[in-house]
Design a protein around this ligand. Structure first.
Ligand SMILES: [Zn+2]
Ligand SMILES: [Zn+2]
Length: 309
């Protein structure tokens, strides 16, 4: 590879993440003003996935992660089931009139939410508030054994790529959505803020899992959940893996002292869990229920697992 190509690749690796996120958010601003906001969001999301699909081929972060892990069906099946269960929950809440609690910005609403403030400020406030619920849903999923059993389905992957972004046991997804949106609903956040938060979570989520070589200009990784932070979160070493619980913005990891970054060290290639997760989707659905003993895990500060290569 020529010097110029190496330089161009390096520059590209710095601009890819901020460019893709900014492009998605800009397109969403227009999309949400259209007559078909949900369709517009889905189109933007599809464009992002397509871009990352090609980037994973041309600019992979780990060559080893391009090999098949035999989990394609399980990854997609967990993604579809989790999304289906969440949609069923929304429909179920609708039957009981609970969805009426999330009213449009123009309605009076309830709670302490400042609906007359500019929407972009409300969206930032919504991100901070919902992140509190998401942070604790995720942290408890690592520290409270029964919740870990469900979350382990996500952490059992041996590679990161866009396809396993949504690989969550549906119980794990329910816990996150109940705590994340629960905070927003309790505060009386309007529908627009909830929609914006869903969109941003979808964009940042697929970006954190992609196998694309990306570098980050300070302070991006200190503010946002970036792929480099999430790769540490998938480490087998508990002192690295039990960190970076935030989903979108890292605020609560800084507050509760669980933020972890170790540049210039590269995050581990050999990721996963020490427990044995079955290969089949159906067995993975049942696996968590086999040991739901109520105990908290007290983690050592020093590495417990053997170092990963
Ligand atoms: Zn986790
Ligand atoms: Zn993950």
């Amino acid at each position: 590879m020529t010097m110029d190509r190496i330089k161009a690749k390096k520059i590209f690796s710095y601009i890819t993440w901020p460019f893709l996120l900014a492009a998605c958010i800009s397109a969403t601003v227009f999309g949400f003003q259209s007559t078909h906001p949900i369709l517009a969001f889905n189109l933007v999301y599809l464009c992002l996935i397509t871009s990352l699909f090609f980037l994973e081929r041309f600019m992979p972060h780990e060559m080893k992660w391009r090999e098949s892990d035999g989990q394609l069906f399980a990854d997609l099946a967990h993604t579809l089931l989790s999304k289906g269960v969440v949609q069923a929950l929304v429909a179920f809440a609708g039957i009981f009139g609970l969805t009426k609690l999330i009213t449009p910005l123009t309605d009076d609403g309830y709670g302490i939410w400042p609906r007359d403030w500019p929407l972009w400020i409300q969206v930032i406030m919504g991100m901070v508030a919902a992140e509190f619920g998401l942070y604790w849903a995720h942290r408890l999923s690592h520290e409270f054994h029964p919740l870990w059993r469900f979350h382990a389905v996500h952490h059992s992957v041996t590679k990161l790529w866009i396809v396993n972004t949504g690989r969550f046991h549906f119980i794990n997804s329910l816990v996150s959505i109940l705590l994340g949106t629960g905070v927003l609903i309790a505060l009386g956040a309007p529908l627009e803020v909830v929609l914006w938060l869903s969109a941003i979570t979808a964009y940042i989520g697929v970006l954190t899992h992609c196998n694309v070589e990306m570098n980050f200009i300070w302070p991006l990784s200190y503010i946002f959940n970036t792929p480099e932070l999430h790769r540490w979160h998938h480490s087998k070493r508990l002192r690295e893996g039990n960190k970076n619980y935030s989903e979108n913005i890292m605020i609560w990891d800084h507050v509760f002292r669980s933020f972890f970054i170790d540049t210039p060290r590269r995050p581990p290639v050999n990721i996963g869990i020490t427990q044995q997760m079955p290969d089949s989707f159906w067995a993975q659905l049942v696996w968590p229920f086999k040991d739901l003993s109520l105990r908290f895990k007290v983690y050592d500060k020093k590495p417990v697992n053997p170092p990963s290569a």
